[in-house]
Design a protein around this ligand. Structure first.
Ligand SMILES: Cc1ncc(COP(=O)(O)O)c(C=O)c1O
Length: 426
């Protein structure tokens, strides 16, 4: 295939794209910018910008504290219900609060207490390090024979189901895994894994940070017990927007958060001095929600529920397959190899490509002085360039142009002028 025919194919695919209208609902000032990092920090929806303006100027500036009784007090629950639809959960099972790390701590702690007597937590080495740190901290805090088993990956990209199964035993209280792995995009089969965890009567906690809004959720269908996830990636909530947590309905009254804050109390404005657990999912709240950062999540949830997760997933798979086809044709001969599973059933919505010079290639891609476009992917140690596919705004033409830029940079060795020392945020 020639570059020219790949370009024509990309243009034709964009013509046929039934979700193409959503792109105009995001702010994009720079036509020469190709943004393939929506799996890390999503683009800004125009409606989110308007909401910030309204919340600051009208709700805070004019309405002041009266806004708590308008919709501020209930917003984290309302947004939770909208996330529930995307995640395959039911009303009242999801709430937006805190960070993913803090939510993971709260739910893992609750699970260990509920399964008292069992002392093992199982995770895998592809999990996000923060999740592993939280679990290590819990094991240390619980002490007394508690242990964390980190199942290794055989190929660095995937986890063998048999290896996972072999590590779940009658002493296992909790299995905590990322549904989609942050580096390779490896995706677990949520139904299969949840049922093998339940077969050992352990609890299953999913981190959906890299799958929410990218693949249709199966929380209820799989019978999952618990889940957490962030809102600043595919849900475009903005930097540091609060995370969410899910607790299956029948478990809510059986579990207890380790942080008994006033927002998790039955009626915070009774100001009683003895804590009473709040109703249902609200018992997992702790303190005052960050209203400005919370409200920006809603526009994407509305777009996703309108577009439908099945259509979003279909486009994500088609775009990822297009990218992998171009990579095989134009990038593998230049020393790249896949850093993600090739089977779409085993993949989320980003594609990692590996190259020994990945870091310096990323530097050249984002340098406005190199090539015709600025391409923003991200880099993950030791040699991964992650390319995020976000179907609400990514075009096939952008995918083609990104591959063309990468190939030109490598072919002409334009990365050689950059240093390999890493910046703080890669
Ligand atoms: C899979 C996964 N889990 C957890 C986190 C940590 O999220 P937070 O910073 O909200 O605690 C991230 C952050 O990117 C992540 O990708």
């Amino acid at each position: 295939m020639e570059m020219e025919s790949a370009y024509k194919e990309a243009l034709a695919l964009d013509e046929q794209d039934e979700l193409s209208a959503y792109r105009s609902r995001f702010i994009s000032g720079d036509e020469k910018l190709i943004y393939l990092d929506g799996n890390s920090l999503g683009r800004l929806p125009a409606e989110s910008k308007a909401i910030v303006d309204r919340t600051v100027n009208l709700e805070w500036g004019e309405r002041l504290i009266r806004s708590w009784n308008a919709d501020w007090f209930t917003k984290n629950r309302e947004l939770g219900d909208k996330i529930a639809r995307i995640a395959g959960a039911s009303e009242g099972e999801v709430i937006v609060t805190d960070t993913t790390s803090v939510n993971l701590y709260k739910l893992a702690h609750a699970a260990l207490k509920y399964k008292e007597g069992r002392r093992r937590i199982v995770t895998d080495e592809l999990n996000f390090p923060s999740d592993i740190y939280i679990l290590q901290g819990l094991v240390k805090a619980f002490g007394d024979g508690y242990e964390l088993t980190v199942v290794p990956s055989r190929d660095g990209l995937t986890i063998d189901t048999g290896d996972l199964k072999a590590n779940i035993d009658d002493n296992t209280a909790l299995v905590s895994l990322s549904h989609v792995a942050f580096k390779s995009a490896f995706r677990y089969n949520m139904r299969e894994i949840t049922s093998l965890v339940h077969a050992k009567e352990a609890m299953m906690l999913w981190d959906l940070s890299h799958s929410i809004g990218a693949v249709p959720g199966e929380l209820n269908a799989s019978g999952a017990d618990l889940a957490v996830g962030c809102t600043y990636k595919y849900l475009n909530g903005g930097p540091g927007s609060p995370a969410f947590l899910y607790v299956r309905k029948d478990l809510q009254d059986k579990l207890s958060s380790p942080i008994w804050g006033w927002f998790g109390e039955k009626n915070p404005f009774d100001f009683t001095l003895e804590y009473r657990h709040g109703e249902g999912i609200s018992r997992f709240l702790a303190g005052t929600p960050p209203i400005l950062a919370l409200k920006t999540i809603e526009p994407t949830l509305d777009m996703m529920n309108e577009a439908g997760m099945e259509r979003i997933r279909k486009k994500s798979v088609e775009q990822s397959e297009f990218l992998l086809k171009l990579a095989e044709e134009f990038l593998h001969p230049l020393g790249f190899r896949p850093g993600s599973p090739l089977d779409p059933e085993k993949r989320g919505s980003h594609v990692s490509l590996r190259h020994p010079e990945a870091y310096r290639i990323c530097k050249a891609l984002i340098d406005p002085g190199v090539g015709d476009y600025v391409v923003i992917p991200d880099f993950r140690e030791p040699d991964n360039i992650r390319l995020g596919i976000t179907p609400l705004y990514t075009t096939y033409t952008e995918i083609f142009l990104a591959v063309r830029e990468i190939s030109e940079i490598v072919e002409n060795k334009l990365f050689l002028k950059y240093l390999s020392n890493r910046e703080k945020v890669t």
